[in-house]
Design a protein. Structure first.
Length: 760
């Protein structure tokens, strides 16, 4: 019996709970949530944490509805981003599921409900399980679900039979794993099998769709080759020849390879397929010159860049053609990408946003699969040898400058597999030491050529960059508007820190109060001449107080701060104003931190956990975030009104905040969406950091269930599908978690199964 038990189950771990933030003791063994992210730290009884597959069983009792599903946060000790695991809602007083924990886990935190309210925690334990135990447990889990919902039995049997015919026993196992785990825990390999693998019916549908296309654009693939190992060279060419879209041309330039197999392999393929054209260079000119040689033979309207050791999936060129036919004005296309190892195993998917200019200045996320209008490439002069190592980034920067944003499109499908082999940039970002300096030079050249005053430097992580926008010699005056709405001691600390921790000199502070008499700290500041106090004389909402404050503000730029926000550095306002002064930029946000230096928000995503939610909430301050985005400047749909900077002209153009319909939640999101509708971009600069204590009544009102529900209903009526489709957040990422993780299932539609999704 003991042997059988060990074969199924391994170590058992019990945990006690310790309040982390937004949680206070309520007596009688209950806890009180005082915010939207109440979190307790899980303390293991044996000082160790489980690893690998575990069965989680938490006894949780919540008064009323949970607001949002419980979440387990996994902090790691290897400086990589943490994990945010959405769990199932409590069932009969228990949260039970299988999850997989990384070996590098440093600590665990549990968020039982996403709203203020009471809850109780009983026994909390995890049990490590073997693969056999996992398999048997998943079968039992699905069986119990079907017993409770017998009407689903016929459909489940039909789907399992189809999976068995298609992929055998392994396919059934993968389907059980994917559907039996907590959200986001199914690993990428399982996601690929479920949602990114073409079956016979898909191939037939694509072939039919290709025949129905209104046009068949010729796509010229540009592939420079230099001593590529034969195995990978054949894989790359074979992946092109396997394309379901037939109208392509493969232009290969052999850059005077010294390995004899290269010429032999290329000659073999050129003879086998007339769509393959090979030019052999007599001298080695490196990648830019070789790419230009391949480009000379391109006859297609569009060129597709591809390395000689990578692969593209069979539907890659079809999806490109689909996009070009749907949007014939297109100049540039990029897609999602991942990595592929020597054994064909895919990993590290990069699910990208739609066109995001400032993210593009922070990293070359355009990259793979890059598609360019051929005349545009020739117009800007092709590849430049001086930028070898980052020649594709340099080309993309010049093409972006020569076109318009509405002509740049994103295909939210993984259409490029980047080979991870020794010496590859896919394996080590610093493998090619000359690449990063070349990228810096390309960025500087881009800004210098356009006459924009910007400074470029290397950011914190490899292959990421920081662009600083210079302030005018005489910076514009800024009015900091602080609506008083909570503890007066906290308000005093806020105003004191703004005055003490702001290097920006042309600044005045206005405190707007709806109390009948000025609070003592405000009156004291007002007497000193450092702060102006305004009183509207009657109880008001946050949008109303802010709007009232702007009517009496002298600045050309407004900075809105909640009365419980404190700067953490001297340059926070200069950073935000320098961004807000760019004519294409509307609202500018900041990185808001909790008191324990974890992230409260790093930009707002529409559709996340409701009408809108904060990205990277709960991440440690130093963690990179999703593909380094927690430390990069990038465009977002909205930023938090707890710290928001905007030019007076933009604020007045859109009419300020909506105080009529959005007195509580989402007034800042609505404001930002109207700013974007007016033609501006909203920006989140990671370098402006402030600490947000969340003690203002505005924060509490925004979490009130009744107020939030009314605001959410209004947002749905006003903005419709826009609040469910954030262009800056991939449809392949889940909207059920504040920390980006794979969506199961993805929201990106397959064009051959329905209408083409608009990605612009």
């Amino acid at each position: 019996m003991n042997v059988a038990r060990r074969a199924l189950h391994r170590r058992r771990f019990s945990f006690s709970a310790r309040p982390s933030w937004e949680v206070v003791a309520a007596g009688g063994g209950a806890w009180e949530s005082v915010g939207s992210a109440p979190t307790v730290e899980l303390i293991p009884g044996c000082r160790l944490l489980p690893t690998g597959w575990v069965w989680l069983d938490f006894e949780v009792e919540i008064e009323g509805t949970s607001g949002s599903p419980p979440v387990l946060y996994v902090d790691r000790d290897d400086r990589s981003e943490g994990r945010c695991i959405r769990l199932s809602p409590p069932d009969a007083g228990h949260v039970r599921t299988f999850i997989k924990l990384p070996a590098a886990a440093r600590s665990l935190r549990f968020d039982p409900l996403g709203r203020p309210g009471r809850f109780r925690l009983g026994q909390l334990y995890m049990q490590e399980v073997s693969k056999l135990g996992l398999g048997l447990g998943l079968v039992a889990l699905h069986s119990r679900r079907l017993v409770r919902e017998p009407r689903r039995l016929t459909g489940a049997v039909t789907r399992m039979a189809a999976e068995l015919r298609r992929n055998g026993i392994q396919g059934i196992k993968d389907r059980l794993v994917g559907k039996g785990l907590a959200d986001g825990q199914a690993d990428y390999a399982e996601w690929v099998k479920e949602f990114d693998t073409l079956h016979e019916a898909d191939c037939a549908a694509i072939a039919c769709r290709v025949r129905e296309l209104a046009a068949s654009p010729l796509l010229s693939i540009v592939m420079p080759v230099y001593n590529t190992p034969e195995r990978w060279l054949r894989r790359a060419i074979d992946s092109v020849r396997a394309q379901l879209y037939p109208d392509w041309q493969l232009c290969i330039a052999d850059d005077a390879s010294s390995e004899p197999h290269v010429a032999r392999v290329l000659a073999e393929y050129a003879e086998r397929d007339r769509r393959i054209e090979v030019v052999t260079r007599t001298t080695n000119g490196h990648i830019s010159e070789a790419s230009n040689s391949a480009l000379e033979g391109a006859k297609g309207d569009f060129v597709v860049l591809m390395d000689s050791d990578d692969e593209i999936p069979a539907h890659a060129l079809y999806l490109v053609a689909e996009e070009l036919v749907a949007h014939p004005e297109t100049d540039l296309i990029y897609s999602d990408e991942d990595k592929i190892d020597e054994h064909g195993r895919r990993s590290t998917p990069y699910f990208k946003p739609d066109w995001n200019p400032d993210l593009f200045y922070s990293q070359n996320y355009f990259s793979h699969l890059g598609v360019y209008r051929r005349t545009l490439v020739r117009q800007v002069g092709g590849f430049r040898k001086a930028f070898d190592g980052s020649q594709d980034y340099d080309l993309a920067l010049r093409c972006v400058a020569a076109t318009r944003p509405e002509r740049i499109w994103h295909i939210p499908h993984v259409l490029y597999h980047w080979r991870t082999i020794e010496g590859s940039g896919a394996t080590d970002a610093l493998a090619k030491s000359y690449a990063q300096p070349a990228a810096e030079r390309a960025l500087r050249d881009h800004f210098d050529s356009s006459g924009r005053l910007a400074e470029v430097s290397v950011a914190r992580f490899p292959t990421t960059y920081r662009v600083r926008w210079r302030l005018p010699a005489e910076p514009p005056p800024v009015t900091v508007v602080v609506p008083a709405g909570g503890d007066r001691g906290v308000l005093e600390r806020c105003v004191t820190s703004v005055l003490a921790l702001t290097r920006y000199l042309r600044m005045d502070v206005v405190v707007v109060d709806d109390a009948p008499e000025p609070a003592e700290p405000v009156a004291r500041f007002e007497e000193s001449g450092l702060v102006r106090a305004l009183r509207c004389g009657h109880p008001s909402s946050w949008p109303a107080l802010v709007n009232f404050g702007t009517h009496h503000a002298a600045g050309e730029v407004f900075a809105f701060l909640h009365g419980d926000v404190e700067p953490t550095s001297l340059d926070w306002l200069a950073e935000m104003v320098s961004q807000a002064l760019r004519r294409e930029i509307g609202a500018v946000g900041a990185k808001l931190l909790y008191a324990d230096d974890t992230v409260e928000q790093a930009g707002i995503v529409t559709g996340l956990l409701g009408p809108a939610g904060p990205m990277h909430r709960g991440l440690s301050r130093e963690a990179p975030g999703y593909f380094r985005r927690a430390h990069l400047v990038h465009d977002v749909s909205a930023v938090s009104g707890a710290c928001l900077v905007v030019r007076r002209q933009v604020f007045e153009e859109i009419g300020g905040f909506d105080e009529e319909h959005l007195a509580g939640a989402f007034a800042d999101v609505d404001f930002c969406l109207r700013v974007a509708a007016a033609g501006y971009r909203n920006l989140w600069p990671s370098y402006a950091e402030l600490r947000h204590h969340g003690s203002c009544r505005w924060d509490q009102l925004a979490q009130n269930d009744e107020s939030r529900a009314a605001a959410a209903a209004y947002m749905a009526r006003r903005w419709g599908a826009r609040v469910q489709d954030d262009p800056y957040y991939s449809p392949n990422l889940s909207l059920r978690s504040g920390i980006p993780e794979i969506a199961w299932p993805p929201r990106a539609r397959r064009p051959w199964r329905g209408a083409v999704r608009s990605h612009g």
